[in-house]
Structure formats: structure tokens, C-alpha cells
Ligand binder design. Structure first.
Ligand code: BGC
Length: 811
């Protein structure tokens, strides 16, 4: 069952009922100012950091769901309604929400009045614009009252939810004309404030939540709206809000437009005041001056669309498969931008006060983003590397505003260092910019011990070399990619964090998954060393990689698949010897995609076992059989009920690893079958089961052991976005950036047909036509670049050339 449809022409998903199974959200903003916005206008805004600079207040896990947002109430006689349906929930005569690329729109009607709302964050400003256009489609004159509503957050979203003894007394506002200033804490330690303004004279305002709602009311029945009159309240402490009232007369056929601006403004510390205790409003005035008219808004909106059209023109495909085209050309890349911006900080499932930027997460997010804006990826790599420790290990997370490692979680996740190589290598392959390797980068933000980035990568590589266990496999530390496989934790009491409890290191527990990573990213490290002319270092690295490769085959092969890990007693995890958790996805996917066991025929065997034991209708489960009892020696993974999350859920993130591994051994049918199972454009059809947004990936889909298999959770912020984009664009469609140029080596299912790809790469545009006359899954028979035959699959780079016409014949 569907709750809307894709409009590919406009790059939008059109939601046709407000009653979606879960809030279906969108992200506005791509630089510093961000808003999350749902199809019923719920959500919140923040500047740079969802924890430290939260602008509006949201209530997670609230009843009714998804309340608090940027609401508009329309009072038409006795009827009060919202264009987004919530929070009053008056049945609408028509409702439509379009989530587009960086904007959302509503088109709703009630009793002959139509409301069109357009919400977006301009490309180069720190504000969100909401344009509300009301039209009278009835034959009578309408006397309407429009109320706006946002509830301010007292900046630190964590403190805002907890520290009521203080923050019920700190709120301060100011009202000048149609602009409401939120200036809490500005008097002392802050140099920023927020504004909510409208480009029209107002007939009333409220800034005290209690005055607006009335005692024991909530935002679904605010007294002010139902009475039709603002009280002019001025908030002192408690909960400041911003409400405008505009009385509107609309003749039949008449339309009126109102532009609301929610902005974040900052003053230099020495220019905070106009005069004693009078806020310097210059930045607010300058911002508001830019969005006075419809023409201003149209221009800013056109600029946003042009910005995205440009970004999305970097990789496009034209194939016979609409779903692939739609995901590759629009939604998958869009989600890659969002995950790059947010890491795992702010979504409807990540509260924005917890995890900040993950070291491994952000490096992986880069893989799907780097082609879009390489300069931002470069900056991110330096930020991430700056939180690395001198021994090569790393803070697991850092806060985007301060860019400092989070000491609450600390380090000890032994896969982290290798992801830095993955991110950096992707950047250098994309851009050819080896200067990044020579940048001076601190350790733990301490410049006095800084080295080159290449030295950071060396320490990443050597961290694994220097931290091996009894089988010669990498020690796992607190966890590897699977945060819930906590082999040194041994937690017996609730409240102890599985990730932080106990010693971070153990001398025994080992990860076969990290071994796979070491082989894959070790080789990418060796190639970077070669680029810098250090063949000795490349040689040394390859010797270590060979040792690891052999060790995996000797110690990590279980007969039909790769073992997952060894626990603190050196017992196998993910082996036929185990009662539960006999086979895991991670080691099989990653070792195979790294090429381990390919020539020995073992990778193929491992992937066959994955299909046999882990596959189900909705994707590949992370492990089987699910753990039914808690294992002290395995940690959080066994704390989840069977079928959920890391305990036998379908963790979408690592499904593409298996699909990529299938392309490595040339099985296009199977690679594509895996791709389809978790692909939103395909799961759209079962939205009533899947529940999350049908235009983006979610982190987890319930596995076969769950109560409702196929039910998705935790949409938007997941490494799935980057990995599926890499999978479809670089492995299945096969256009992969190498140091020497673009390689074109597709691996497609039978019947996929011919296709065209346009790829912008290192200053040139590549027009690539792939034909597949013999309908093979993999193999390039012929590569013709501007009429000339080229050996192999890599298009050589010709300095100064800006257009390449490439023909690839599979066979
Ligand atoms: C985390 C990842 C981790 C994954 C699997 C996600 O929630 O953000 O870092 O790899 O879970 O445990």
C-alpha cells in the first residue's frame, strides 16, 4: 500500500494523506542552518549543532506523535485548521505535501479556502522561509485569521529538557513591529539570538506559551486561536513562543501571500549592543530585508533549485529501470548529503543531543558524498583526523560545533582508524588532490604534536598491525563496525553503557571483520603511499596485508563461510560450532568485497552461505540464528529481542557490502536482487509494513524472527545511504573513480539493457554509453574513448580535456 507517489519530473515525493504510518520527514538546509520538517509540519530547527544551538523545541516520543513544529492556524468562522493537518487535525477537504530536494510544500483546502505553504532554507542564509499563500475559492468574502506558532528552545537542547529549576526563569523576548526576538541568555554569555518575523503588519502577537495555549490546553486547541485574538503576552521566563496574528479579508478568487522568516543571527562579541541592554539588530534587519517580497522568495527558491540541479548533474543515469534512475539521480544522492551533514546527530530517531559526528560514520558518509562537494569532504577529513590519538586510535565521536572528541564515549573502537583511510582514499581518487596528504593535522586537537595527514593514515594502518590477538587477527577493542558486539564489556547491570563499560581493550577478543577492512583499506593506503612516491612504504603495507589475508583464510574460515570474531575466551563467534549466531553478514560481506578468498573460490562459497542462511524477503539479516538469551560475553547484540537491530535484524548498511561482493565475483543477478530488497523505490509498495519514508533508506528493517518482519525503523541517518550509492553507482553501474581515471566495469542483472551515464570528474564531463549486446552480467569487451580503442576499463585522463565520449561494450 502506498501513501503517495514519486514525481520524478519535479524531484518530489508527493504525500497524499497526512496519516502516514510514521511521520515522513524532510531536511531543509545544507550548510549551517537546518530544519527537520514532517509531512504534518512537525519538526525543529537548529544552527550547526542540534544539541548546543537548538532554535525551536520539539518533543520526542510525544503523544500524539510528532507534535511541535512550525504551525500555521487558519481560523475561518468557527473552523480552525492547519495546512499540514496537525496539530488541530481538522479533516481537510484536500491535502497534499510534497517533499522536494531541500524544500517542502503543502497544498491544502478547507471550506473553499486554499493554503499553499512553501518551506525552505536559502542556500546562503541562516534562516528558514515559510511562504503562506491563502486563496479564497468560494463565492463569498472570507474574513480569516492566520496565526503562526513556534516554541523556542532555550538553545542547549539537553539542558532545555532537564534543567527546569533554572530555565523556567531565563527566557527573554522582545517584540518590534512584526518581528519577535528570542534573546534568552543574550545579556550574558551568548552573542546570538533568533527571530521570527512576517513581512506584513500584524494584528496581534503572543510570546508566552501559557498565554497562547491557555491553562491545560495544548497546541491542538490553543485558546488564543479559538478565541480569535492574541493577548499580546510578553514572556518572562517559562516557555517563550512566537505567535503572529494577521486578520485577512479575502474576496472571492482573491489570494494573499505572507512571508515568514525564522532566523538565527550572530553579532561579533564587541558589537552585541545598540545601547545599554538593547540588542544589536543589524543582522536581523539585513536578513529580513532580503525576503520582503514574493519576487525575493522566488529568486531564493530558484537559487536553491539551481544549486541542487547542479549537484545532481554530477552523476546521472538513464536506464530502462525507472526505480534505479530515480534513486541514483535524486533520492540516494540527496540522502548522502543529509547523512554527510548530520552524521548520526539529528533525525526523528536521533535526538540531536546524543551522538554528534561519528568517526566511522562520517568517514563512511563521505564515500557517498565526496563527488558532490569535494571541498567540504576535504574539510571534514581534516576535522575527523584532528580527533585521532597519537597511537592511531580515535575518539568515536565528536561534536560538530566544537569539533572536539566526546570524552563521554572515548575511544577503543578498533575499526575506527581504518575508516579514515577509506574516506581519504575516496577523496583523493575523486579529486586527484594529493596535497591533502601533506596537510599538517593535530592529534586530539593538539597542534604541538601535529603531523601530516599521511602520517595519520600510517598510524591508522599500524594501529591494526600493532594490535593483534592470539590468532594474529585484529583485536576488536570495545567493538568494531557492529557497536553492539561488545566482547570486552561483560555488563551485568542495567544502566551501564555497553559501549563504555569495562576495559576498552582486551588482549584476546578479535575481529575477522576488521581483518577484511585491513585488506581492503590497507591496499588503498599502499596506493596512496605510491602516489607520494613512497614505494618502500607501499611494499611494507602489502606485506602486512598478505599476512592478514593468509591469517583470515587460516584462522577465520569456518568451512562454508567466514567466522565473525573470537570472544574474550578465544571462542568462535559466527561459526557452525555456535548454537546461535552461527553466521554473520559483516565478515562475509567485507572479506569477500576485499577480495579475500576470491581466487580460492571461498568468497563465492561464503556468499552462497549468506544467501542460504541470512537472506529473507526484506533483505539480508545480520546474523542467524538470532540470539534468544543474553550472553555476558557478547554484550548488547544479545540484549535485543530476536529479529531487531543487531540481533538478526536486516541492518541495511551492510546489505550493499554483500551486493558489492557479488559484483566482485561477477554475479549481477544476485547483486541486483540484494539491491532491490532494501531499495526505497521498491519498498514503497509495502509502505504499510515498512512504515518509514519510501524515498530514503532506514537503518534497520525487522528480520524474520521479529513480530512484524519487514517493518523499518530509524530512517534517514544511516551509512546505508553512502554504501548503497557506492554500490549502485560504482559497482552495479560500474563507474568507479581510480587514481588513474574513471573505471567503467558494470555488473548488472540479465535483461538490464543498455544505459547511459553522465559523470563529471576532475573538471571534465564523461558521456558514457554502455551497451550489452550479449546480455552478460559482467565483462567489458570494448572500451572506446572519443573513437579510440583503449585497453582495460580505465578511461585515461588527458590534461585539459573537458568532454569525453565513451562507449563501453559489455561481453
Ligand atoms: C552506528 C554505527 C554502527 C552501526 C552498527 C549505528 O547505529 O551509528 O556506527 O556501525 O550502528 O552497530
Amino acid at each position: 500500500m502506498k501513501f503517495g507517489y514519486f514525481d520524478d519530473q519535479n524531484k518530489e515525493y508527493v504525500i497524499t494523506t497526512p496519516k502516514t504510518p510514521l511521520p515522513w520527514i524532510n531536511y531543509l538546509g545544507s550548510n549551517d542552518f537546518f530544519s527537520l520538517i514532517s509531512n504534518t509540519a512537525g519538526g525543529y530547527s537548529f544552527y550547526k549543532d542540534a544539541k548546543l544551538l537548538r532554535i525551536t523545541r520539539y518533543r520526542y516520543n510525544n503523544v500524539p506523535a510528532d507534535t511541535n513544529g512550525k504551525y500555521f492556524y487558519i481560523k475561518d468562522g468557527d473552523t480552525v485548521w492547519n495546512p499540514g493537518w496537525q496539530p488541530v487535525k481538522t479533516e481537510l477537504d484536500s491535502y497534499e505535501c510534497r517533499h522536494g530536494i531541500g524544500y517542502s510544500k503543502w497544498d491544502s483546502s478547507k471550506n473553499g479556502v486554499n493554503a499553499k505553504v512553501l518551506a525552505f532554507v536559502p542556500t546562503d542564509d541562516t534562516c528558514e522561509i515559510n511562504r503562506v499563500v491563502l486563496t479564497n475559492n468560494s463565492s463569498e468574502t472570507k474574513e480569516l485569521k492566520l496565526f503562526s506558532y513556534v516554541e523556542w528552545c532555550l538553545w542547549n537542547a539537553d539542558d532545555d529538557m532537564k534543567n527546569f529549576q533554572r530555565n523556567f526563569s531565563t527566557g527573554e523576548v522582545e517584540i518590534i513591529g512584526s518581528t519577535i526576538y528570542h534573546k534568552t541568555e543574550y545579556r550574558e554569555r551568548r552573542n546570538h539570538y533568533a527571530i521570527y518575523s512576517v513581512n506584513a503588519p500584524i494584528d496581534g502577537f503572543d510570546t508566552s506559551r501559557d498565554a497562547f495555549l491557555g491553562a491545560y490546553h495544548d497546541n491542538h486547541d490553543p485558546e488564543v486561536v479559538f478565541n480569535g485574538k492574541c493577548t499580546g503576552s510578553e514572556a518572562h521566563g517559562w516557555s517563550p513562543v512566537a505567535v503572529h496574528q494577521i486578520n485577512i479579508t479575502l474576496n472571492p478568487g482573491e489570494s494573499k501571500s505572507f512571508i515568514f522568516v525564522l532566523g538565527y543571527c550572530e553579532n561579533p562579541v564587541d558589537q552585541k549592543w545598540e545601547s545599554k541592554n538593547v540588542v544589536n539588530k543589524a543582522p536581523a534587519n539585513a536578513m529580513l530585508a532580503k525576503y520582503k517580497t514574493d519576487a525575493d522568495v522566488d529568486a531564493a527558491f530558484a537559487k536553491l533549485n539551481a544549486y541542487w540541479d547542479d549537484l545532481l548533474s554530477i552523476y546521472t543515469v538513464e536506464s530502462n529501470n525507472d526505480k534505479v534512475n530515480r534513486m541514483v539521480n535524486i533520492w540516494n544522492q540527496y540522502q548522502c548529503m543529509v547523512t554527510f551533514n548530520m552524521s548520526r546527530s539529528a533525525s526523528y530517531y536521533e535526538s540531536g543531543i546524543g551522538r554528534g559526528m561519528g568517526f566511522r560514520d562520517s568517514n563512511q558518509d563521505l564515500l557517498g558524498f565526496v563527488h558532490l562537494i569535494p571541498e567540504r569532504a576535504r574539510e571534514r577529513i581534516i576535522d575527523i583526523a584532528s580527533t585521532q590519538f597519537q597511537n592511531g586510535s580515535a575518539y568515536h565521536q565528536y561534536q560538530p560545533l566544537t569539533k572536539r572528541g566526546n570524552s563521554d564515549i572515548g575511544s577503543g573502537f578498533n575499526d575506527d582508524p581504518l575508516w579514515l583511510i577509506a574516506g581519504t582514499s575516496a577523496y583523493v581518487r575523486e579529486t586527484g588532490d594529493i596535497s591533502i596528504l601533506k596537510e599538517t593535522v593535530p592529534y586530539d586537537n593538539d597542534m604541538s604534536v601535529a603531523t601530516t595527514l599521511m602520517e595519520h593514515l600510517k598510524r591508522s594502518f599500524d594501529f591494526t598491525v600493532n594490535n593483534k590477538g592470539p590468532h594474529g587477527l585484529p583485536l576488536i577493542g570495545r567493538a568494531d563496525w557492529n557497536d553492539c558486539l561488545n566482547l570486552n564489556c561483560f555488563s551485568e547491570h542495567p544502566g551501564e553503557s555497553f559501549q563504555c563499560f569495562g576495559p576498552s581493550e582486551g588482549p584476546v577478543a578479535e575481529s575477522v571483520f576488521i581483518a577484511g577492512m585491513f585488506v581492503k583499506y590497507g591496499e588503498e593506503y599502499a596506493q596512496l603511499a605510491e602516489l607520494l612516491g613512497d614505494t618502500a612504504e607501499a611494499g611494507r603495507a602489502r606485506k602486512e596485508i598478505k599476512i592478514m589475508y593468509d591469517t583470515v583464510l587460516k584462522e577465520g574460515w569456518d568451512g562454508e563461510w567466514f567466522v565473525r570474531a573470537f570472544d574474550a575466551y578465544s571462542n568462535k563467534i559466527g561459526s557452525k560450532e555456535c548454537e546461535e549466531g552461527k553466521i554473520f553478514i559483516e565478515s562475509n560481506g567485507f572479506c569477500s568485497l576485499a577480495g579475500i578468498g576470491v581466487k580460492e573460490g571461498l568468497a563465492e562459497k561464503a556468499l552462497d552461505s549468506v544467501k542460504k542462511y541470512l537472506d529473507c524477503k526484506y533483505g539480508i539479516m545480520i546474523l542467524q540464528p538470532a540470539y534468544t538469551v543474553y550472553h555476558l560475553e557478547l554484550g548488547e547484540i544479545t540484549s535485543y529481542p530476536p529479529g531487531y537491530k543487531e540481533n538478526a535484524g536486516i541492518f541495511c548498511h551492510n546489505n550493499p557490502w554483500v551486493s558489492i561482493a557479488e559484483t566482485v565475483i561477477g554475479r549481477g543477478d544476485r547483486a541486483f536482487e540484494i539491491y532491490k530488497k532494501t531499495c526505497p523505490a521498491y519498498t514503497e509498495e509495502i509502505s504499510e509494513i515498512h512504515k518509514t519514508e519510501p524515498y530514503v533508506y532506514c537503518q534497520m528493517v525487522a528480520g524474520n524472527d521479529a513480530y512484524i518482519p519487514g517493518e523499518g525503523k530509524n530512517s534517514w541517518l544511516t551509512g546505508t545511504a553512502a554504501w548503497t550509492f557506492c554500490n549502485i553507482s560504482q559497482y552495479i553501474l560500474g563507474v568507479y573513480p581510480t587514481h588513474k581515471g574513471l573505471s567503467v566495469d558494470p555488473c548488472v542483472p540479465h535483461g538490464f539493457g543498455d544505459f547511459k551515464i553522465t559523470r563529471k570528474f576532475r573538471g571534465a564531463t564523461y558521456h558514457i554509453e554502455v551497451s550489452n549486446p550479449s546480455d552478460v552480467e559482467k565483462g567489458v569487451k570494448e572500451l572506446i574513448v572519443d573513437g579510440a580503442h583503449v585497453e582495460g576499463c580505465i578511461i585515461p585522463i588527458t590534461e585539459g580535456k573537458t568532454e569525453y565520449n565513451v562507449k563501453v561494450v559489455m561481453g
